[in-house]
Write a protein that binds this ligand. Sequence first.
Ligand code: ASP
Ligand code: MG
Length: 421
Amino acid sequence: MKIYKFGGASVKSADGVRNLANIVADTPEELFVVVSAMGKTTNALEKILDLFYDGMSAEAEAALDELVEYHFTITSDLWGWHYMPARAARFFDELREIVRESDPSLRSYEVWYDRVVSVGELVSTAIVSAYLEYDGLPNKWVDMRELFVTSHRHRDANIDMERSAERLCSLVARSEKRLFVGQGFIGATPEGVTTTIGREGSDYSAAVAGALLEAESVSIWKDVDGILNGDPKIFENTTLIPELSYMDAVELAHSGAQIIHPKTIKPLQNKSIPLHVKCFLDKTKPGSVIRDGVEVSPDIPIFILKRRQALLKVIPQDFSFMLEEKILNIFTHLSAYPIKINLIQSSAISLNLCIDDHDRYTDEIVATLREEGFDVSCEKGLEFLTVRGYDSETAHYYGNADGVILMQRSAKNLRIVKKVI
Ligand code: ASP
Ligand code: MG
């Protein structure tokens, strides 16, 4: 069994879906294909959700019309006439009913989020599966909400590996098909309530499916040649890294390298399953592989930049020391939010935290910590730069650069919080 994961960019157009079909047709092994929502659909669904949640259901429906139209452009091109596979149409209809008739106050924002935003993946897989069938590739569409059992933490749910393994393995064993198409990013609680596992989480879905099915490999198909030593949209002169250890990969992903979701590596490392990052624009290119047995780190520095950062400076109002108890209190409160803490630095009476700035949560976190008896200042609009495997030249350059607010150095990593210059 092999696992392929196709992200939103790879299925954003009819050509993308045809290309996916070609790649699948070229794979003789039993195959589980994990697909994200098409193009920028998840963002569009987030907007629809916000309109609905703010009581603007007519506007939400208009935005939904636009999204349906976008999908129609793709399907009509694929089939050559105005057509939408019935299953995809049903998911859109259900969503329309929600925005038209449901009362947003009935459930929490997070629960609605998962219900609404998951439609992107349900629709994309319904289309991909139907198109593969049409193209002569018999396959089984699977609803990952019936296979991945998750925690109740909406928008950031954890997959229960044991319970999911049973369901996934028995489905594959029972099926006569050798090709499966399922959604990334989604699952359901044991009671069957839809959950999502965090933005860009489809890589993780693919990795979990790979680990549970003990796949021979997992491949993530992207619009870049493989893993580069920097995002080519941000950094110049980037170089391909052909091989990487799980350890280096996890550090890169955790620092914010967009190439793979941070949670992706662990399940694969645990079962020694190689992870390929391949280019869907040219399947003959070798790409990169993360696997067991890679002993040395790349001999070039790797640059990772995270934008939209906020730096919180937390000081006890009574000027007491920042000791374990205080730190525990702060982190207990932070753990209630689905946000990521990118850098932690403490001194006698203060704790600095660089976090992903979030429209809804950053101000709420600041308010909560103030209620807990801390003085909190918050600087927004910052960037967080990690240089893994830095050399003295890079360290010198960044150490003296304008706008640096905070810097941490370990043997391998240089980590900097800075203003946007
Ligand atoms: N569609 C989701 C997102 O855009 C999940 C994913 O693409 O991995 O965040
Ligand atoms: Mg995506």
